[in-house]
Design a binder for this molecule. Sequence first.
Ligand SMILES: [Zn+2]
Length: 495
Amino acid sequence: MTLPFRLALAAVLLLPGAAARAAEPVLSRPLLVEVKEVPAADQQKGGRFDYSDYNRQALLSLVRNRALLLATAEEFAALQRDGYQATVVMESRDPLTLYRRAYYGPTLKLPEVYHTYDQINARADDLMRQCPRLITRIQIGETTQFHRPIYAYRISSDARHALPRPGVLYTGCHHSDEVMGAEIVTALMQDLVLGYGRDPAVTRWLDQCEVYVVPVVNVDGHDIVTSGRDPRWRKNARDVNGDGVTGVFPEGVDVNRGYDFNWAMGGSDVPAKDTYRGPYPFSEAENRAIRHLLELKSFVLSISYHSQGEVIYYPWSWNGQPAPDDALIREIADQMAAKLVTMDGNGHYAVSPGGASSQSYVWLYGRKGDFDFIVETGKGTHLFAPEDVPGIIATNLEGAKVLLDRAGGPGLAVHVTDAVTGRPLVAQVWLPRIENESVDRRTTEGGFGRYWRPLRPGQYDLIISCPGYQTAVRNGTEVKPGAWTPLEVALIPAK
Ligand SMILES: [Zn+2]
């Protein structure tokens, strides 16, 4: 027994968490290999360096024409023999060291262009001190494993109070390794707060709507990535097997598979999988935090930020059927895509319907009537090099602002009250020619009796109902172009 081997064995026996760490698959590929000048033909499906192979297991990243991959000595020799510009960046028997080198770069730590959750909240603290009228912090929950607070921030011309205005929501980091989302949402928060009273568009948006941001949904996982522990960490930190060890593959639950909309059809029921959906819908506190936020505020439009792919996924394609609002949703997605420039500067983000199961965007649309879009930022990795970060943020800020414009209409601004007392009502507002059984009925916000319904200009039939009141029918209601068309509905109490 050689000395290094005995030391390694001792480490396995003594280190806390060693038992779980041994569950990490034995690394058969000890070389981190860089391939430069990957030919364009190779970067397509079926090629040797294929974006669809980008899987955190073998091909680690493929940004522009530079690939990083794990390889055996034989595979490396074959690459050289086949004429690729391949070099060994690092050799190690410890997989985490290779992943750190591949994703964090030479320092093996997250580059400073990215921010920890503490730094993000400290930036919000600064904004709240500078502009206390414009931004308010709301704790919407705490994390599953470590009970860290999960914060939303409300931004408006008077954020000290909840206002009867259309809501727009931006969330980052359901998947904690996709840290770009937190950066974009944080930059947007800052742009809006500091732009009020200076930038006419920002001033108009904050005068007309309420913006909520959740920079990091999966706070525990984000800490695993930003602390330098593991750049691949996607799920939350739940100790699934209960061994007292967290943050070690393959633990955790995919919090973007935990929502109660076709939950059982989404993700995996195998805990070791990247898409493990947990034991039941809303089993994870991160999902319950977002559900709690939706109890405080209804949203008209929203974005859930992810990486990677340079694509906007919208709800939905389900058993070959589009969403009831497909035409309008796609129109908005196309408007966003027109603002979202790809990293190579030559094109725009693609637009595609996504599946209709268990993820945030289908729950937000299907259950809550919020047009939510997944924006997959950047391409070829989930942790971008520092020089690529400002450009990805800048173009995504332009995309985000499309929703703020659309939150000004057109559509119906419905206000439902009790005809006798004038009291606002929580009422169902149903558009029977649009909303089929694939979506829940939409309701007015409690407290204000308001509901903003994005629609193209035209004529619509509505049925407005509330227990204890006579149902109202408004056939042929006209939606005007441009801004919201107000619709006052006073419901008469049933006898
Ligand atoms: Zn994701």
